[in-house]
Design a protein around this ligand. Structure first.
Ligand code: PLP
Length: 401
């Protein structure tokens, strides 16, 4: 067993009461929710914040002259400041925070309303084609749009090493004076690796715009925009314990024109934005650094267990498993296949035993896995016992199949 998979008592004592704060988890002790990379469960504090808002001051924002409307406007401004603080924004007076329905919409807005306006004939962009399709298709659409106007932009494919980490040596060789933009990911949604984004800035130099898809990062590990030195951060609120239909684009606005989503976007998702503030408050109170230690340990425990069972193949992120590698560390996402049972069948078998996992191709873009796999993704409410029960079942399937 690796160092990472042993959980100190101090962390167990911290985690137990936090788990009780999730009503859906507490109400279903026989079920194990292991699909947090798809969407996270919500703590009572988030549900209460929405209930309080809707029952004491629900109104539209930026339109009325009466107290509920003014308060709603103030809550939305507060949510912007809250997110800036959460991300460690070093220049909050310059940056912009734009609420969107999720990562997909946020990335598309950057591609359509910002990138397509700044690229020139002969420019190059680098896109991660083994990451989520939400972080490749918008950039391809922008390039197609420009091609229609006679502007040729070259898309280069982000290079990967065999562990599915970005290959920074090959990336360095790819950067030219025409490289304008790099799309990256904070934590890989299939392999669980921290993609070590701060190295990309070192390789790319100071002038290239870096856009971070933090869908699997926010709430899972500390995220400092100053440390990572990125220009855009995009994430989905629903994966960070807020309501569905929420998300944000944080734009640093220091390279090129300010990012402003085009067109009139209408009434904001006020209750959702309130839930996002409450979720960020909750995550900070719980301690994102401890959430990271907890979920990394659960992921390592599952990975170690699977590696002792010959029927299973764990995907990606292999070299980090021997110890706490600083090169790349698997977060709470473990994806695997059974060598004889199909992944979709395995998903049904696990569901019948109360384990909620995802079994498919995980929306990976065109350089993704060719066949389906089973993904287990954990959050702070998951326990060592759930992982051990899952491993017992997988061990039985290892022997039987
Ligand atoms: N990017 C990554 C890395 C993801 O994991 C996901 C969702 O799983 C997305 C983008 C898309 O998020 P959403 O469906 O909330 O827009």
């Amino acid at each position: 067993m690796t160092v990472l998979s042993v959980l100190p008592d101090e962390l167990r004592v911290w985690q137990a009461p936090l788990r009780d704060e999730f009503p859906i988890i507490a109400a279903n002790p026989g079920l194990a929710y292991l699909d947090s990379a798809a969407t996270a469960q919500k703590p009572q504090a988030v549900l209460d914040a929405v209930q309080t808002y809707l029952t004491t001051g629900n109104a539209n924002a930026g339109r009325g002259t009466y107290p509920w409307a003014n308060r709603t406007t103030a809550l939305i401004e507060h949510a912007r400041d809250r997110l800036r603080a959460f991300l460690g924004d070093p220049e909050p007076d310059r940056s912009g925070v734009h609420f969107v329905s999720g990562t997909t919409e946020g990335l598309r807005a950057i591609a359509r309303d910002w990138l397509a306006g700044v690229l020139r004939d002969g420019d190059e962009i680098i896109v991660p084609f083994a990451d989520h399709a939400a972080n490749t298709e918008p950039w391809q659409e922008a390039v197609r749009l420009l091609a229609g106007r006679g502007v040729r932009v070259h898309i280069r494919s982000m290079p990967y090493d065999p562990a599915h980490d970005y290959d920074n040596a090959r990336l360095a060789a790819m950067i030219t004076e025409r490289t304008r933009f790099i799309a990256t990911t904070h934590v890989h949604h299939v392999y669980g690796g921290d993609m070590n984004v701060s190295r990309i800035r070192a390789v790319a130099g100071p002038d290239v715009v870096i856009c971070l898809d933090a869908a699997q990062g926010v709430g899972h590990l500390p995220l400092s925009v100053a440390e990572l030195d990125v220009d855009f951060v995009v994430f989905s609120g629903h994966k960070a314990m807020a309501l569905p239909g929420t998300g944000a684009v944080w734009a640093r606005n220091r390279r090129g024109p300010r990012f402003e989503p085009a067109g009139w976007s209408g009434t904001p998702n006020t209750a959702g934005i309130v839930s996002l503030t409450a979720a960020l408050d909750w995550l900070e109170r719980a301690g994102v650094d401890r959430i990271e230690r907890w979920t990394v340990a659960l992921g390592a425990r599952l990975t170690d267990g699977l590696r002792r069972l010959p029927a299973y193949e764990v995907l990606g992120c292999q070299r980090s498993l021997a110890a706490d590698s600083v090169v790349q560390q698997r977060h709470g996402i473990v994806t695997f296949r059974h060598r004889r049972i199909g992944s979709n069948d395995l998903g049904f078998i696990l569901a019948a035993e109360g384990f909620m996992v995802r079994a498919d191709g995980h929306c990976q873009a065109e350089q993704g896995e060719e066949t389906a796999s089973v993904r287990v993704s954990v959050h702070v409410y998951n326990t060592v016992e759930e992982i051990d029960r899952l491993l017992e079942l997988l061990e039985r399937l290892d022997a039987e199949a």
